[in-house]
Write a protein that binds this ligand. Structure first.
Ligand code: SF4
Length: 627
């Protein structure tokens, strides 16, 4: 049978045994799981025993592109890395854009499954259908940029794409990330630490193969139409990047400030996208086949040296290292971003964990005796930078914060737990749930812990104009961002299926509706033209729904219960300052909404998927895995 859009082949690597094997994947698996998050869950649930140590050799580390990654359409640049998370102890998944995912496909494989642990540091080199493990002893301890340059030099090709870890991953920082091209990150849930635990420093890929398309003309015409739509209305994403969100969020009173105490930051203008454009921005970066070019590249000469090599801070980084820590210094934030990139640690978790420590410091729970003399106060940019580096090196007090806010708070005691803002161990991203109730549900219910891209956010659907792009989902009436009725639960669950599908098909959220130019129907047309499947929006959404139930079962097997579907107490208390001053979430209304979500998902009152729901999702094989 001819295969279109993908290779139909994965690579299995056993680092303990130093074996590499190819495996054919039946077409039906691609259609049922698409790739990315859902395909990773398929292998994790089949092959990973529950309760293994996430940093032990048994953990299975998966790099998965999708059935259409690397085909020539904007947005299909993304790939997933998945494993059991060392940060949450549950399903760990993070996606990245850039060029690595498409290049893996060009090199002949759709995914890589890695188990075991190498005796000494290695990297994996895949070129045109062939793969080998190479010694990485000389790379161990090197920062990201040095590692990148050394591998390219060693292999003699500047077009090699490399996914790698920095010293943070080697030292098992629980929120270490994986980067490709130094600027694109599988940022969250600590997958860089899983890679480090396996003594795997990098995966370099290079290939010449182009993905065959079922109907190339039809695919080209869909892409042409989407590009024309984009040209007519490019918006500000290219010009300002994700940092364009700073000023509107601040005006709306929902810019996370000083560890989520407030939603309004007096120095917001100093750290916004417009200021970045006018001061330190030197270039706009992009991902495979994308004309939007939303990525930032910044340069600072004084008082810090920031190299565009590491890109530039995204909105999440600006808020995490900026307003959340009370810091209004864009150059310091750019420097913090670079240190995180060099050491390979997630900027969101780094900022959130430092903000947690700053609040503890302000309350006297921590003193300079604990922090090694550092005055860890809100607004102290130098202290933030010192702490970022110490986390990356696991040095001094940084060694404790490298465990993540949850574990650090448990070890500190003295009430520190009240200031560690996380869900399932994953520190909160930079969006305020008291102003977006559906986002609150996303944080509480995401299987990977607090996740800001579990679903698009509520304000977008509060007006007729905002709804227009998602009418094909059957959402036709506007709903207030603060509504928490069963109508909001329905909206959230549909949007969650939609974004899960994006994760599995490897599509960037900024290139398709509701943010980007690709409409729902064009997305379906394109997938059909690429694969020849004759699929529909309904079938693609079902993959998204399937993914949620699979992830739920993964977490149930690990001992998670409905008690873990919660929000930190801070969000049931009043916001201070700003446009939403005094706003808080009603705890019983929130609990009710979580229960309504279980029912809509076909889960019982404890959040366990019903047998009939599993049958409907073609997940009968998971019946006995329910706890
Ligand atoms: S919109 Fe931005 S993140 Fe998305 S593919 Fe384009 S450049 Fe990459």
């Amino acid at each position: 049978m001819d295969i279109f859009g993908h290779n139909g082949k994965i690579l299995r690597v056993d680092l303990s045994r130093r074996t590499i094997e190819e495996e054919q994947v039946p077409e039906i698996l691609y259609r049922r799981y698409l790739g990315g998050g859902a395909l990773s869950l398929y292998y994790l649930l089949k092959e990973l025993k529950p309760k293994v140590d996430p940093l032990g050799p048994e953990n299975l580390l998966i790099f998965a592109a999708s059935a259409v990654t690397g085909t020539p359409a904007l947005g299909f640049s993304r790939y997933t890395v998945a494993a059991k998370s060392p940060l949450t102890g549950g399903f760990g998944e993070a996606e990245a854009g850039g060029w690595w995912g498409p290049e893996l496909k060009f090199a002949g494989f759709d995914a890589i499954l890695i188990k075991g642990k190498a005796e000494k540091p290695v990297y994996l080199w895949i070129k045109d259908g062939k793969a080998e493990l190479r010694d990485a002893s000389h790379l161990w301890g090197q920062l990201a940029a040095e590692t990148h340059a050394m591998i390219r030099k060693e292999l003699g090709d500047d077009r090699i794409r490399i996914a790698l870890i920095g010293p943070g991953g080697e030292k098992l920082v629980r929120f270490a990330c994986i980067s490709n091209e130094l600027k694109h990150f599988n940022g969250r849930v600590g997958l860089g630490a899983v890679m480090g635990s396996k003594n795997l420093k990098a995966i370099a890929v290079r290939g010449e193969k182009k993905m065959p398309l079922f109907a190339p003309e039809r695919a080209r015409s869909v892409v042409k139409e989407v590009l024309e739509t984009y040209k007519k209305n490019p918006g500000t994403m290219g010009e300002l990047g994700t940092a364009r969100a700073v000023m509107p969020l601040n005006a709306g009173g929902i810019l996370p400030t000083r560890n989520f105490v407030s939603g309004s930051f007096e120095k917001a203008e100093a750290i916004c996208g417009e200021t970045m454009r006018d001061t330190i921005l030197v270039n706009r970066g992009t991902c495979y086949a994308c004309p939007i070019r939303c990525k930032r590249e910044v340069k600072v000469d004084d008082p810090y040296k920031v190299d565009p090599l590491y890109g530039g801070p995204e909105y999440e980084t600006i808020a995490a290292l900026g307003s959340l820590c009370g810091i209004g210094d864009l150059k310091a934030i750019a420097m913090g971003n670079q240190i995180c990139g060099a050491y390979g640690i997630d900027t969101i978790s780094t900022g959130t964990t430092i903000a947690f420590a700053m609040e503890c410091f302000g309350k006297g729970i921590l003193t300079t005796k604990d922090t090694g003399g550092i005055k860890l106060e809100f607004g102290n940019a130098e202290a933030m930078l010192q702490m970022v580096e110490k986390i990356g090196k696991r040095e001094g007090f940084g060694n404790l914060l490298a465990e993540g806010a949850k574990i650090a708070a448990e070890k500190i005691g003295k009430g520190a737990e009240n200031y560690a803002l996380h869900v399932k161990g994953q520190p909160l991203p930079m969006h305020e749930p008291r102003g977006k109730t559906g986002l609150g549900l996303a944080y509480a219910l995401s299987p990977t812990g607090a996740d800001h891209i579990e679903a698009p956010h509520d304000p977008m659907f509060a007006s007729e104009a905002g709804l227009k792009s998602i009418l094909p989902l059957g959402i036709i009436e506007p709903l207030s961002a603060l509504d928490l009725s069963s109508r909001k639960v329905r909206l959230f669950s549909y949007l969650q299926h939609f974004y899960n599908m994006f994760n599995s098909i490897g599509l960037c959220i900024f290139t398709a509706v509701p943010f980007g130019p690709m409409p729902c129907n064009a997305l379906v047309d394109y997938v059909n033209a690429a694969t020849g499947w004759e699929t529909s929006l309904w079938e693609l959404m079902k993959v998204g729904e399937r993914q949620s139930s699979m992830a739920r079962i993964f977490n149930l097997r690990e001992g998670f219960t409905e008690e873990d579907d919660h929000l930190p107490n801070r969000f049931f208390q009043s916001l201070e300052g700003g446009a939403l001053e005094g706003k808080k979430i009603d705890p019983s209304e929130f609990k009710q909404a979580v229960k309504a979500y279980y029912q809509m998902m076909g889960w019982d009152e404890r959040g366990i998927p019903l047998e009939s729901k599993l049958a409907e999702l073609e997940l009968d094989w998971l019946k006995s895995e329910r706890i």
